[in-house]
Write a protein that binds this ligand. Structure first.
Ligand SMILES: NC(=O)c1ccc[n+]([C@@H]2O[C@H](COP(=O)([O-])OP(=O)(O)OC[C@H]3O[C@@H](n4cnc5c(N)ncnc54)[C@H](OP(=O)(O)O)[C@@H]3O)[C@@H](O)[C@H]2O)c1
Length: 306
């Protein structure tokens, strides 16, 4: 099978398209023929080991010292079940699925084997594989943090960094939970963020949202502390009594299958929609990583795997 191999940590150019043996599903695994994946910001952190020094050591121990032990990166997929292991019962050959696995990697390839009880769900029938691949990463992370903050209907939520993968999902999911949403983004993304359901959009290049009179029950930093640190310095000023400010970088979220099922249902009903900035071919993975490395993608960068 065709796959992208990361033979050492480094810039996008360390990635190479190679031919690898097609994996065989064991025990309760299913093999998925991947039709689309996504280049997430996490993929770029792993590839470049672009982490804070304290985390870099832990990452080398966990992922591999000089190169990822699993050389095929990629955490997100959409495709169809192509073969099942001898003990796999819940998924059938031919079933369309989408999913996310941040430990196993392997989705920058034509095939991968994952356990049938992993973070996999039936792909919403109204979505293409490219669209489905744009749902799990931002959706699962955003849902985790909105739930952690116990967002209730009628509350006011401000999403800082509303135009990235997590941000575009957070705006839509906070709306789904019944919140009134304000989104902070740059000028070019104001229309996008409003179209996702934010009733107020604030351009961080022109205005500091903490100077405004509105008060929020939750300020969710969806862009990560390295980018948000300056913008959120005064964020306590805009909290309503009992309000909280949390970051997508606070802790390691538990990503639950039931939440993936929920995201699938919401996408099927049109209550959330995938936001795709660019789509690349697997052969153009280096260009895709360069683009995501720049840090300005709108929503998701998807890879069509053919
Ligand atoms: N806790 C965990 O386990 C975990 C797991 C995965 C990810 N994360 C965190 O989640 C973060 C977000 O991931 P993502 O994939 O959603 O990011 P992303 O899609 O790469 O974010 C890109 C977006 O951020 C916007 N942006 C850049 N600088 C900004 C700033 N100073 N203020 C506001 N917006 C800004 C960009 O728009 P403009 O350039 O136009 O502003 C762009 O639309 C990651 O960086 C990481 O820190 C945490």
């Amino acid at each position: 099978m065709k796959a992208v191999v990361c033979a050492r940590y480094g810039p996008p150019e360390v990635l190479r398209v190679e031919d690898l043996a097609t994996p065989v599903p064991r025990k309760n695994e299913v093999r998925i023929r991947i039709l689309a994946t996504a280049v997430t910001s996490s993929d770029c952190y792993v590839r470049g080991l672009r982490l804070r020094p304290a985390y870099r050591l832990m990452a080398r121990l966990a992922l591999g010292w000089n190169a990822p032990r699993q050389p095929v990166l990629g955490m997100v997929l959409s495709g169809e079940v192509d073969a099942v292991g001898p003990d796999a019962r819940s998924l059938d050959v031919g079933q369309p699925v989408f999913g996310f696995d941040r430990h196993r990697f392997g989705t920058y390839a034509q095939y991968v084997c994952w356990p049938e009880d992993g973070l996999l769900a039936t792909r919403p029938a109204n979505l293409t594989d490219e669209e489905a691949a744009a749902i799990p990463y931002g959706g699962l992370l955003a849902l985790h943090f909105l739930r952690k903050a116990d967002v209730q209907a009628g509350q006011r939520v401000l999403v800082y960094g509303a135009s990235g993968a997590v941000g575009t999902s957070a705006v839509q999911l906070a709306r789904h939970l019944g919140a009134e949403v304000a989104g902070v983004c740059s000028t070019a993304n104001l229309d996008l963020v409003a179209s996702l359901g934010a009733t107020t959009v604030i351009d961080y290049t022109r205005e500091d949202f903490t100077d405004r009179p509105e008060r929020y029950d939750l300020v969710l930093d969806a862009v990560g502390k390295r980018k948000s640190a300056a913008g959120l310095r005064q964020c306590r000023r805009v909290l309503a009594p009992g309000g909280a400010c949390i970051s997508v970088d606070d802790g390691t979220p538990k990503l639950r299958r039931e939440n993936l099922l929920l995201l699938g249902e919401l996408a099927t009903k049109g209550e959330i929609r995938p936001v795709i900035d660019r789509t690349y071919a697997l052969d153009d993975i280096v260009d895709a990583h360069r683009y995501v490395d720049d840090g300005h993608k709108r929503g998701n960068v998807v890879i069509a795997v053919r």
